[in-house]
Write a protein that binds this ligand. Structure first.
Ligand code: FES
Ligand code: FES
Length: 183
């Protein structure tokens, strides 16, 4: 028997009738038309289906649509105003951090979640944040490099605004520490 659910997707309210076994990623892609979450492994391993559920990253291949009833879902389409990119998205574009881009939406959302509670993360924290997002082609160094570029730019902006520019240099040294991301 179908059930009516209410979702808010990228700020837009939706009312949909779903079956008990309808998975969130299928509803997002096939019913709502949001195509950025990608169907990869369909078992929670690859992170390509990552979305934010009330601000927390989840694998939408493991979430039933009825479990998302009443919740807000954000995908990369909803991170910035139409026609604009977040600083991290812009850094990814500027540095050509991705090749095929299949992993990119999930990576962006995982980083976005991290920056929501840690705006000045270390390289190791960025690597940890995307550890569940698998990339099959570019590798992880350019991706982490791009995030750190955006982080450094954001820190510099804040320092200029707050008059604490000296702190940025100290932080930049800290940000270059950390282990390499494992494939
Ligand atoms: S498709 Fe959901 S984790 Fe791979
Ligand atoms: S750029 Fe192709 S999977 Fe990451």
């Amino acid at each position: 028997m179908k059930k009516t659910v209410h979702l808010v997707v990228n700020g837009e309210p939706w009312e949909l009738d779903v079956a008990p076994n309808d998975v969130l990623i299928e509803v997002l892609r096939d019913r709502i038309g949001v195509k950025s979450p990608k169907i990869g492994c369909e078992r929670g391993d690859c992170g390509s289906c990552t979305v934010l559920l009330d601000g927390r990253s989840v694998r939408s291949c493991l979430v039933l649509a009825i479990e998302a009833d009443g919740h807000a879902i954000t995908t990369v389409e909803g991170l910035a105003a139409p026609g604009h990119l977040t600083p991290v998205q812009q850094a990814f574009v500027d540095s050509s951090a991705f090749q095929c881009g299949f992993c990119a939406p999930g990576m962006v959302l995982s980083v976005h979640e991290l920056l929501g509670h840690e705006p000045n993360p270390t390289r190791a924290q960025v690597e940890h944040a995307i550890a569940g997002n698998l990339c099959r082609c570019t590798g992880y160094h350019p991706i982490v490099d791009a995030v750190m570029t955006a982080v450094a730019a954001g820190a510099a902006e804040r320092a200029i605004r707050d008059g604490t520019l000296a702190a940025v240099g100290a932080r930049a040294g800290h940000a270059d520490d950390g282990a390499e991301v494992q494939a």
